[in-house]
Design a binder for this molecule. Structure first.
Ligand code: 9MJ
Length: 685
């Protein structure tokens, strides 16, 4: 708002803004369900900061504008933990877990076979244990675990972590509450951070745990603020209050209700069997989690029983960490080869002496690209650390230089394509070496066919790598459209192909012809067009013809398509050869249901509902409504849970109050104008 409010107005506005910001912060960080675009959130913060500058008497330490701002420290102060911060004993085998459970039951006198202990089972996050002290719901202090008795005062750093509330939500929290949990970094955050570090020529972090530790122990809170840290609570320390939960699992629910993040995987289980089931299910889900975990934790759920069990030395008797096998191992590099990918990129691959990593035998690992090979200086004969993380291809992490035999040669970079012998090019500014022979290069042709047939593309069952090798090597298939010209006689004479498999493949080819536009686009293997982009293109344009005819400018209007993808897409369809392949595929019967209706969501504000209230300075309400509607928005008369934004001019009344109550985004006039300008300039989200 542009008019200058009095102190009383400002006070109300400041409070309302803080509530809104806290609300949206909570949706973003704790519920993983953000409601506002980042730019909108930033605008709210800026409005608040402006008011606080104008009325400094309204500034408080728990204002969301006050997360960063403290001066760098010379050193961290010490904090003595009132209750020791315990660590956990480890279990490595099922037997260890069963022994733990037996000890628990013996101590509790639950010796009958049918007397099972109730456990709270949780993932064990791989980060740093941190204690947060709240008094009257306000964050007062943050501390590292240190040696369990004395930790470091990292208050100003924990304040910068977005998912740690500066104020607890609601009014049921205890007067004094020490929350304990883990500060960690997601895999994605870690990858992004390392990318930035590399760009700035700064040191790379070896893993998310080290990155989290390094980021948290910064004397300058500005640095911590720039790092993607997260916090997940898993327990409490000192608590003073009434009506407190009596089970660990209920504490987790309470912490969540007060606005703290807790694990979504946490579960109540019964007995050893329940624990092991949890361990295996979590193990199966592990690679798909956004963050690294190194085990499961089982805690006796009843707090009264925990008390009875007590602790020994540094670890409680009522909990144990059940570790997963290591995901990193040492092995020897037998050779380094270069593989040619679908787009001609040469990828260095280390052939390794087979080694079991986390239960899977690894004999190849990627070295990513030429820069990585040079940076890590991996050589044939070296002993290296290999890591298997998730579904991703195992990678060489680093070389143990001390174990390098004498006289090993550094890697020779390829000058010709190992498959077709064409010269390779290194594109300036990129770390890729590329064979530019395109579909002349059998490796690229094979990869293109493999991609076309893959499950998420045309899903041609039975058309595997070996078969594609034969089809290309025998000259039966050059381009993907040739697949649909194959007949049983041609196929049946190939190795490992009887009449029956040939018949099956022909049938699978037949089935594959019924597809969707999105799958078809994805199957073409256009650079930068993954599944999501293919889907977006299909939804936006509706027909293949419209995509083929789209100019680069039109492509740029599509959400998530940037200049690079737009130019690849346009170039792909401009190439007569590609158009020919497409037309042959269609002639062979490849088809999909054409979108009957007009393309969906074609306007930037489609699907968004606005409510206008109060007086605007620079345009009338009717004008505002027309501009919103022209961009696809719906403008409603009253505020409800379906409202996305309330636009509040001056003298806004009950509608504004209702919006704030429902946690609906409120735009002032400047916010509306900038949203209209943005929407007009940008495609829909
Ligand atoms: C981790 N690291 O995820 C505990 N932890 O409980 C979980 N650590 C813990 N619990 C008591 N989930 C001491 C440490």
């Amino acid at each position: 708002m542009t008019q200058s409010p009095g102190l009383k107005d400002a006070q109300q506005r400041v409070q309302a803004l803080r509530e809104q910001i806290d609300y949206h912060n909570h949706r973003y960080y704790v519920l993983d369900d953000p409601l506002l675009p980042d730019a909108e959130y930033d605008r709210l913060l800026q409005q608040l900061a402006a008011l606080e500058r104008q009325f400094p008497q309204l500034l408080t330490a728990d204002s969301p504008t006050q997360r960063v701002g403290a001066q760098p420290l010379k050193e961290f102060g010490e904090i003595r933990h009132q209750l020791p911060m315990l660590s956990l004993d480890n279990a490595f085998t099922e037997q260890d877990v069963s022994d733990f459970d037996r000890r628990v039951r013996e101590r509790l006198g639950l010796t009958a076979d049918d007397e099972q202990v109730e456990y709270a089972a949780e993932p064990k996050l791989d980060g740093l244990a941190v204690s947060l002290l709240y008094e009257g719901g306000r964050l007062l202090r943050g501390a590292t675990r240190g040696d369990g008795s004395i930790g470091e005062d990292i208050t100003q750093n924990v304040r910068t972590i977005g998912c740690i509330p500066l104020r607890l939500r609601g009014n049921t929290f205890p007067a004094v509450l020490e929350v304990r949990g883990e500060v960690y970094m997601t895999r994605e955050g870690f990858a992004r951070l390392n990318q930035q570090q590399q760009q700035h020529g700064d040191k790379l972090f070896a893993n998310p745990r080290n990155a989290a530790a390094g980021s948290l122990r910064q004397l300058d809170p500005q640095v911590t603020a720039s790092r993607p840290l997260m916090f997940c609570s898993y327990g409490v320390g000192v608590v003073e209050g009434k009506y407190l939960p009596t089970r660990h699992s209920d504490w987790l629910g309470a912490l969540r209700s007060w606005g703290l993040r807790v694990s979504e995987q946490a579960q109540v289980v019964h007995g050893v069997r329940g624990c092991l089931q949890f361990y295996h299910a979590l193990g199966a889900a592990r690679d798909g989690l956004a963050y690294q975990i190194d085990g499961a934790v089982y805690k006796v759920n009843e707090l009264a029983l925990q008390q009875q069990l007590g602790f020994v030395a540094r670890a409680p008797r009522w909990a144990i960490a059940h570790k997963y096998p290591a995901q990193e191992e040492l092995t020897e590099v037998l050779d380094i080869e270069w593989q040619v990918g679908r787009t001609g990129t040469l990828t260095p691959v280390a052939r390794l002496a087979p080694v079991s990593v986390g239960g899977v035998t690894v004999s190849n690992a990627t070295l990513h690209n030429i820069d990585e090979v040079l940076r890590k200086d991996v050589r044939v004969g070296d002993t290296v650390i290999v890591r298997r993380a998730g579904d991703v291809i195992p990678e060489v992490v680093s070389v143990i230089k001390e174990r390098r035999p004498a006289k090993v040669l550094s890697v020779k970079l390829p000058v010709v394509c190992p498959v077709c012998g064409s010269e390779v090019l290194r594109v300036d500014g990129e770390s890729a070496i590329r064979c530019n022979a395109g579909l002349f290069c059998p490796a690229q042709r094979k990869e293109a066919i493999r991609h076309f047939a893959s499950r998420r593309a045309l899903d041609i069952e039975g058309l595997g790598e070996k078969l594609i090798d034969q089809l290309v090597d025998e000259g039966l298939v050059q381009h993907v459209d040739d697949l649909y010209q194959l007949d049983i006689e041609q196929l049946a004479v190939l190795q490992r192909m009887g009449e029956k498999s040939a018949q099956n493949l022909i049938e699978a080819l037949g089935h594959s012809k019924q597809t969707t536009l999105a799958r078809f686009l994805y199957s073409l293997g256009i650079r930068e067009v993954g599944e999501a982009t293919a889907r977006t293109l299909a939804e936006h344009f509706g027909t293949l013809q419209a995509i083929i005819e789209a100019s680069e400018d039109e492509l740029l209007q599509v959400p998530d398509i940037g200049p690079v993808s737009a130019s690849y897409i346009a170039a792909f369809f401009a190439e007569p050869h590609n158009r020919q392949v497409i037309s042959k595929l269609r002639k062979a019967g490849v088809s999909w249901p054409e979108e009957a209706s007009a393309p969906r969501a074609s306007l930037p504000l489609s699907g968004k509902t606005f409510v206008l209230t109060g007086t605007l300075q620079s345009l009338t309400r009717d004008q505002a409504r027309e501009r919103l509607q022209a961009l696809g928005a719906k403008v409603a008369g009253s505020v409800s849970a379906k409202t996305d934004y309330v636009v509040a001019g001056s003298d806004a009344g009950t509608k504004l109050a209702k919006a704030q109550q429902l946690g609906i985004a409120v735009l002032d006039e400047a916010g509306l104008l900038s949203m209209l300008d943005n929407a007009a300039a940008h495609p829909p989200q």
